[in-house]
Design a protein around this ligand. Structure first.
Ligand code: ADP
Ligand code: MG
Length: 350
């Protein structure tokens, strides 16, 4: 397994808890004015003057949310940060700080935790967030990571899930379904590897979708783009559980219905070809896959001219009155009610 590839195994107990924290956090610098005090005291101190502050947190548990047999620790650290930042951007806010808490078993040498932190540090650098604290403790078996992200937003710019209005356009960023199909490929290769450990997987045909699974990105660029285009969505959510359940969240919280067009859902060619290979319907994957971390939003019709030429933004449907219900318009132009069969880690455990 990946964590054993590293020949050097320094026991964490040699360093002690404080030595470990010191070692892991020594490279973290402070970039934001709002960070008054970062790591090193009993608590961090922040000062946001005229902004609203958004806070979001996620807990990732080994073998529930990630599998270290194909997830390199560096990627895991990166992804753990990204999934939190995605929630901050979904509020139309700019991410500013994170805290990182980990529980590790003695299965993990120092080198493994260093890898995890290398990924966290890379993400913090790329997305421009300060790591301002966390907690470190032991676990009896697996690895747990909990990250809390903070962000700032002008009061007038914050976007909730509940603002969608009938006739608004439903817009999604990027393309959907890649992360789920990447996971299918990795799971298949894991089974092959179990049977024949000498069989090195050839993933060259699947680079895009495997990367979508192992190294997702959060759409900070979209928050900046919307600002630049002078478009404030009426509602927004990030796509962590598949398009269907996210559209349903927006509609339910906004008390509206929707029509989502099957033929408008943006799919990468690699998603389509891999779905064919696995004999799964690509629409099902887009609706019920997960972990794409794209943004789904509704915008007023008036704003359509501002977004229509943008390759990052695809109109996939529109908002209707509540009484019309939430429907998918299929390629055959049939109306099918949307169901929330989003990817759900709790179901996976059943
Ligand atoms: P306390 O005993 O008050 O919880 P700790 O010794 O756990 O303090 O933490 C010391 C400092 O290191 C604090 O600023 C804390 O936020 C930070 N810290 C602890 N663990 C981590 C971690 N895994 N990642 C980043 N910062 C951490
Ligand atoms: Mg502590």
């Amino acid at each position: 397994m990946l964590e054993d590839k590293n020949p050097q195994r320094t026991s964490i107990s040699e360093l002690g808890e404080f030595g470990l924290i010191e070692h892991l956090t020594k490279n973290f610098d402070i970039k934001h004015q709002s960070t008054i005090k970062g790591i090193g005291d009993d608590a961090a101190v922040l000062e946001f003057t005229d902004k609203q502050v958004v806070v979001t947190t996620d807990l990732l548990v080994e073998n529930v949310h990630f599998d270290l047999s194909y997830m390199p620790l560096k990627h895991l650290g990166y992804k753990a940060v990204v999934v939190n930042l995605s929630d901050v951007y979904a509020m139309n806010a700019n991410a500013t700080q994170i805290t990182v808490s980990i529980a590790i078993s003695n299965r993990f040498p120092l080198e493994a935790v260093e890898e995890l932190y290398a990924g966290i540090e890379t993400a913090a650098k790329i997305y421009g967030v300060d790591v301002i604290g966390g907690d470190t403790t032991s676990s009896t078996t697996g690895l747990l990571i909990s990250i809390t992200a903070l962000g700032e937003v002008d009061k007038k710019d914050v976007v909730y899930r509940n603002g969608a209005q009938p006739n608004d356009l439903i817009v999604v960023t990027g393309d959907i379904g890649g992360a789920y199909m990447g996971l299918q490929v990795l799971e298949r290769e894991k089974e092959v590897f179990k049977v024949n450990p000498n069989n090195q997987p050839d993933l060259s045909m699947y680079t895009y979708i495997v990367e979508r699974q192992l190294k997702p990105e959060a759409r900070k660029d979209i928050v900046e783009l919307l600002k630049h285009l002078e478009v404030k969505p009426t509602s927004m959510i990030d796509v962590s559980d598949g398009l269907s359940s996210e559209v349903i969240h927006l509609c339910k919280q906004s008390n509206v219905g929707c029509e989502l067009y099957e033929n408008k859902i943006p799919l990468d060619p690699q998603v389509i070809s891999t779905c064919e290979e696995f004999d799964i319907d690509s629409t099902t994957i887009a609706l019920s896959g997960g972990e794409d971390y794209e943004l789904l939003m509704t915008i007023s019709q008036e704003d359509y001219p501002k977004i229509k030429a943008n390759p990052n933004l695809t109109v996939v449907g529109y908002v209707t009155e509540l009484s019309k219900g939430m429907n998918l318009v299929t390629r055959a132009e049939a109306l099918v009610p949307l169901i929330a069969r989003g990817w759900n880690s709790l179901n996976d455990q059943a």
